[in-house]
Design a protein around this ligand. Structure first.
Ligand code: HAM
Length: 426
């Protein structure tokens, strides 16, 4: 038997109804904040992620699905391509390529699959889905303002509330700007130098190449060492400090609770200033429902104009999981209103005509076959979870009134064709 590849999975009904429920709530909420949808390709040139996300990150160093594409002729050297591990780099690439800033397209979102070669476990897959949103634009459009950070965070709180997800925590930090980072990295190197030999192989490498990434380490034995390291909060310059305070001030004023976490540096190199995660207790080890932050230098790093930005990505797999934990998932899955049972030769056509009429009234109708005995139709209707079964036999067609049976109560009545929609909707 051929099975789905490790780390990938089929999303099956009825769970897919929850995915659609989430996505339609997302589209509604994002619309109210004037976000518009962008769809970027699922693969991009490898260089985009190397330059955007950063060579030293776990994502680029270990987790990407990368291959050499064939060149056009035998002599051509192929191009290195990568399945997108995240959406931000592709969206910023598109922003630059189509000069979206000139067209005032500053609020973009996208929903789709991402790919990372991580060790699969509950809430962690190799193909997973993100709902990603970005505010990006020229500084003249106010894209640098702490008001944008607060707007994005308030939108997220609104979305989670709307979905009925309670018990989330917003963790907030500032990772400063490149200037702060120089001093911070130096302090980290100094602090790591005498202890790095006791750390894991990854941290020994990070301590030299990109010490900030030590904070991504999950090895339990390394944690006491990491806990004792200096924090970025001690190195923020005046501008970054003020920005961070302004974000917190707005959040407090609009009533969004948050907790400061100065260990939160996020696993991607493009972040500047505000960084955040929403976590949820019910999710276990992979408890981040979503993460994001500011990336004021990313556009320039990719060869574009100055275009500060901030955004986030929700892990849709995890969002659906936390929805299943909460009561609000109940009632999302819609069962058929009725099962139409044609009874006897020639009744398929009559049943099809009736089904067409009823579906036009927004009723969800399932349809049997004229060769089924009545008992089989009843079994099929029950299995489908239909509310009613509607019998279409020769007699019914002759009198233009149909036997309608409520499968829960067992009540059966004869209903004239014209009254059927109203009767079933009641
Ligand atoms: P990230 O923290 O790498 O950020 O991913 C965001 C979210 O995607 C995580 O919080 C998690 O819910 C989900 N996620 C990540 N990896 C997996 C996985 N293997 N399986 C299931 N879910 C996963 C980013 O990707 C940034 N691009 C977010 C961003 C947008 N920052 C600014 N704009």
């Amino acid at each position: 038997m051929i099975k789905a590849v490790r780390g990938t999975r089929d999303l099956l009904p009825p769970e897919t109804a929850l995915w659609n429920f989430v996505e339609s709530a997302v589209r509604d909420v994002f619309r109210a904040y004037n976000f518009q949808e962008i769809r970027t390709p699922i693969f991009e040139s490898t260089e985009l992620f190397a330059r955007g996300v950063g060579e030293e990150t776990d994502i680029v160093a270990k987790e990407m699905y990368t291959w050499e594409d064939r060149g056009r002729a035998d002599s051509d050297k192929g191009q290195s391509l990568t399945l997108r591990p995240e959406a931000t780099a592709g969206i910023v690439r598109a922003y630059i390529e189509h000069k979206l800033g000139d067209r005032g397209l500053n609020k973009l979102y996208c929903i789709g699959p991402m790919f990372r070669r991580e060790r699969p476990q509950k809430g962690r897959y190799r193909q997973f889905y993100q709902i990603d949103a970005e505010i990006i634009g020229p500084p003249s459009a106010g894209s640098e303002s702490p008001a944008r950070d607060a707007e994005v965070l308030e939108m997220l709180a609104t979305l989670l509330d709307r979905l009925g997800i309670t018990g989330w925590t917003l963790e907030l930090n500032s990772v400063g700007c490149p200037n702060d980072r120089v001093a911070f990295n130096e302090a980290l190197r100094k602090a790591l130098d005498p202890v790095k030999d006791k750390m894991c192989a990854d941290c020994q490498r990070r301590a030299v190449t990109n010490p900030l990434r030590v904070f991504d380490c999950k090895v339990p034995e390394d944690q006491p060492i990491i806990d004792a390291l200096p924090r970025i909060s001690q190195f923020l310059d005046e501008g970054c400090r003020k920005h961070f305070e302004a974000v917190q001030e707005i959040l407090t004023k609009v009533g969004i609770p948050f907790s400061l976490n100065d260990r939160l540096v996020r696993g991607l190199d493009y972040y500047t200033r505000t960084a955040f995660e929403f976590t949820h207790g019910a999710l276990g080890a992979q408890n981040a429902i979503l993460g994001g932050g500011r990336y004021d230098g990313l556009s320039e790093a990719l060869g574009g104009p100055a275009a500060p930005g901030i955004g986030f990505a929700i892990g849709e797999d995890r969002l659906v999981m936390s929805l299943q934990e909460s009561a609000s998932a109940a009632g999302v899955v819609k069962k058929p209103d009725l099962y139409i049972a044609p009874l006897g030769a020639g009744m398929n056509a009559e049943a099809a005509r009736l089904a067409r009429e009823l579906r036009r009234h927004d009723l969800v109708a399932d349809l049997g076959d004229e060769t089924f005995r009545l008992k089989k139709s009843f079994e099929a209707a029950t299995k489908a979870g239909a509310k009613y079964i509607l019998i279409v036999g020769e007699n019914e067609v002759k009198t233009d009134a149909f036997a309608l049976k409520n499968l829960a109560t067992g009540d059966q009545i004869s209903v004239p064709r014209a009254d059927l929609p109203r009767r079933i909707q009641e």
